[in-house]
Design a protein around this ligand. Structure first.
Ligand code: ATP
Length: 322
């Protein structure tokens, strides 16, 4: 799957995106945003870009040992956009940190393009954007976007920086400092920076988590458009079910801690996806189904916690001979 922009993809318009229900029916023009699983089927089996197999991650902490992940198998195919959902503390960020080479699995295997993550990190082929944008406050937005070139010891490709500023709608703010930008603009700059070196893989950890709902929604549409143009293999960690569904080819739901893959939802909604689609019943059906799944997990966890509290209470009473 190439990373170059297919010429026929129109920009996502929040109010016209979504397209008619029949747009993917037989006889119509091929959908340039079709699920990469379908596209790669012709060329043989799809290539896994990201792979976790049998991954367990323990965090030993003094006398306590936190089991963050337990036997996680997860594959993201080349050019695919996968969203990772799950209750707080279930290990979503740990999955991303393993793929970014920031953590080692306790057991199991983590591969990015069939190699240990560190190999891609060293080659600067991995783009990462986290909730905290971490822009350099004293540098201009253009210099912040250009930073990966400097970190990699490469000459700054100014044309690429300009292209990214255009892609993220920040051309007019190239010379501004981060403090002169809104929160949403800073997150866009962080995404532009993550894209600077044409990464083969994009890891996004709640990149819009700190934004208000309206800005977040707008940036979701923009990210959908950018992904359509660039087709970079992307793994997004989010708490927002609508965001997960709007952007992804697949949504993977983890169980509460320790995280295991609980459910995989293929999102067959048409692209481009915009505001119109988010008002359609078929979008809400998927969102409601996944929300119910997460609510169920929370409820069973609360039940388990209550049970554990009652057990601890009984033990305490026994110790005191009551
Ligand atoms: N460096 C660490 N040391 C000790 N424990 C850790 C460390 N990193 C994560 N954990 C623990 O691992 C578990 C999973 O954490 P992680 O941040 O991956 O969850 P998450 O699903 O991303 O959470 P949230 O949705 O709240 O951001 C948590 O119980 C957390 O306390």
């Amino acid at each position: 799957m190439g990373k170059s922009a297919p010429a026929s993809i129109p920009p996502t318009d929040p109010d016209t995106g979504g397209g008619p229900a029949g747009s993917t029916e037989e006889g119509t023009a091929p959908d340039p945003d079709a699920d990469p699983r379908t596209e790669s089927a012709d060329a043989g089996s799809p290539r896994a870009a990201l792979e976790l197999s049998g991954v367990t991650k323990h965090f030993p902490l003094r006398r306590r040992n936190t089991v963050a992940l337990d036997g996680v198998d997860l594959t993201v195919e080349q050019g695919e956009f996968v969203s990772l959902l799950g209750p707080s503390g279930c290990g979503k960020s740990t999955v991303l940190r393993l793929l970014a080479g920031l953590e080692e699995p306790t057991t199991g295997r983590v591969r990015v393009h069939d190699r240990p993550p560190a190999a891609l990190v060293n080659d600067h082929r991995l783009g990462i954007a986290f909730q905290q944008h971490a822009l350099l406050p004293w540098a201009s937005i253009a210099d912040n976007v250009a930073l990966p070139f400097r970190v990699a010891g490469r000459p700054v490709d100014r044309a690429r920086v300009t292209e990214l500023l255009r892609l993220t709608g920040l051309e007019e703010f190239a010379e501004a400092r981060p403090r002169q930008l809104s929160g949403g603009m800073r997150q866009r700059a962080a995404i532009a920076r993550a894209l600077a070196l044409n990464p083969e893989v994009l890891l996004l950890d709640e990149p819009f988590g700190s934004l208000d709902a309206v800005t977040r929604r707008r940036l979701n549409f923009e990210l959908a458009r950018i992904w359509s143009e660039q087709r970079i293999t992307t793994l997004l960690v989010t708490h927002d079910v609508e965001e997960a569904v709007l952007l992804a080819n697949r949504v993977v739901v983890l169980t509460g801690r320790p995280g295991r893959v609980r459910h995989v939802e293929h999102i067959d909604l048409p692209r481009p996806r915009g505001g119109r689609l988010t008002r359609e019943p078929r979008f809400h059906e998927v969102v409601d189904r996944l929300t119910a799944l997460l609510d169920g997990d929370l409820a069973s966890r609360a039940g388990a916690d209550e049970g554990a509290t009652a057990q601890t209470g009984r033990r305490w009473l026994r110790r005191r001979g009551r």
